[in-house]
Ligand binder design. Structure first.
Ligand code: NDP
Length: 292
C-alpha cells in the first residue's frame, strides 16, 4: 500500500505558487484574496483563519471579513459587489455554510465570475462542464485530481466511482475525471444515497473517491484489492483517548481499507491540505488573468 501524502504534495504546490506570486509582484501585481465569514461556526472560522494565514505565508494580499450572523442578504451582496470593484482583490470566497436566512446561491451569483476562485458561480460550473481552459474548478476536486496526477495514478480507462454528488465535491469531481486529457479519460460512475447495492458498485472501482460526510462509512467490503482510494471526508468523532476528546476521521475506515489498496489518502493529511493549496493556485490564476 502506498500512502498518498497530501501534506507533502500541497507543500510542493504552495512552493510553486509562491514563485508565481513573486513573479507577479515583480511586475507590480500582488495577488489578493478576500475571505468572507458570516457567523461564528468554529470549523468555518478555523478554515478562514488558515486560508488567511496561507495567503500571508505566500506573500499574497489577504482580507478577512468576519461578519455577525445577523448580517442581512443585502449587506452581504453589497460587500461582494464592493470586492468585485476592488482592484487589490482577485479572488473572493464566501465561506460555506452561511446562516439559514442567507440565500447562498444569490450571494455566489453576485461574485464576479473572474474572481470566483471557489468555482461555485454558474458561469464557472458551466465552464467546467464545457472543459473550458479558463474555468475556475472547485478547489477540493481539483486537489483530488492533482493528488492522482502527482501519485502517478493512471486515470485513463480506469473505472472511477465517485461516492457523493454535491456541487462542491462529487459533481465537479466526476466532470474532471471524465474530461479528455491528463487526470481524466476515466469511465465514471456517480453514486449517492439512492444508489442500489453500493458496496458492490464501489468494489468495481479502480479509483474510489469518497465524499459523503459519513465517518468511516467505506469499509473493506467496498474496496477491490489493488484499488486507489481518495478520502475527501472530514468528520469529527468522539475519542476519549484524545486530549480534546475528539479526532478527525475520513469517510473511509482507513485501518481496514488501506491494506487492500494500491494507494490511499490519509485523513488528516490527504485531501484537506490540497484544498487550500488549490485555492491559492486559483487566486494566482485569477490575478494573472485580471492583470494580463
Ligand atoms: P454533502 O452533504 O453536500 O453531500 C454528501 C453526498 O453524499 C450527497 O450526494 C449524498 O447523497 C451522499 N451520501 C450521503 N449519505 C450517503 C450514503 N449513506 N450512501 C451513499 N451516499 C450518501 O457533502 P460534501 O460533498 O460537501 O462533503 C462530503 C465530505 O467531504 C464531508 O465529510 C465534508 O466534510 C468533506 N469535505 C472535505 C473537504 C476538504 O477540503 N477535504 C472540502 C469539502 C468537503 P444525496 O445527494 O442522495 O443526499
Amino acid at each position: 500500500m502506498n500512502l498518498i501524502d497530501g501534506k507533502a504534495i500541497s507543500k510542493k504546490i504552495l512552493q510553486e505558487t509562491r514563485a508565481e506570486v513573486e513573479a507577479l509582484k515583480a511586475r507590480g501585481h500582488t495577488p489578493g484574496l478576500a475571505v468572507v465569514l458570516i457567523g461564528d461556526d468554529p470549523a468555518s472560522r478555523s478554515y478562514v483563519r488558515s486560508k488567511d494565514r496561507t495567503c500571508s505565508e505566500l506573500g499574497m494580499f489577504s482580507q478577512k471579513f468576519e461578519m455577525p450572523s445577523s448580517t442581512t442578504q443585502a449587506e452581504l451582496v453589497a460587500l461582494v459587489q464592493q470586492l468585485n470593484q476592488d482592484s487589490r482583490i482577485h479572488g473572493i470566497l464566501v465561506q460555506s455554510p452561511p446562516p439559514a436566512h442567507i440565500d447562498e446561491g444569490a450571494v455566489i451569483e453576485a461574485i464576479d465570475p473572474r474572481k470566483d476562485v471557489d468555482g461555485f458561480h454558474p458561469v464557472n460550473v458551466a465552464k467546467v462542464a464545457l472543459g473550458a481552459p479558463d474555468a475556475f474548478v472547485p478547489c477540493t476536486p481539483l486537489g483530488c485530481q492533482r493528488l492522482l496526477l502527482e501519485a502517478g495514478i493512471q486515470t485513463a480507462g480506469a473505472h472511477a466511482v465517485v461516492l457523493g454528488r454535491s456541487m462542491i465535491v462529487g459533481k465537479p469531481m466526476a466532470l474532471l475525471l471524465m474530461q479528455k486529457g491528463p487526470g481524466g479519460d476515466a469511465t465514471v460512475t456517480v453514486a449517492h444515497s439512492r444508489t442500489r447495492d453500493l458496496a458492490a458498485l464501489c468494489r468495481s472501482a479502480d479509483i474510489l473517491i469518497a465524499a459523503i460526510g459519513k465517518p468511516e462509512f467505506v469499509t473493506a467490503d467496498f474496496v477491490k484489492e489493488g484499488a486507489v482510494v481518495i478520502d475527501v471526508g472530514i468528520n469529527r468523532v468522539l475519542d476519549p483517548s484524545a486530549p480534546n476528546g475528539s479526532k478527525l476521521v475520513g469517510d473511509v475506515a482507513f485501518a481496514a481499507v488501506a491494506p487492500k489498496c494500491k494507494a490511499i489518502t490519509p485523513v488528516p493529511g490527504g485531501v484537506g491540505p490540497m484544498t487550500i493549496a488549490m485555492l491559492m493556485a486559483n487566486t494566482v490564476q485569477a490575478c494573472k488573468r485580471l492583470t494580463a
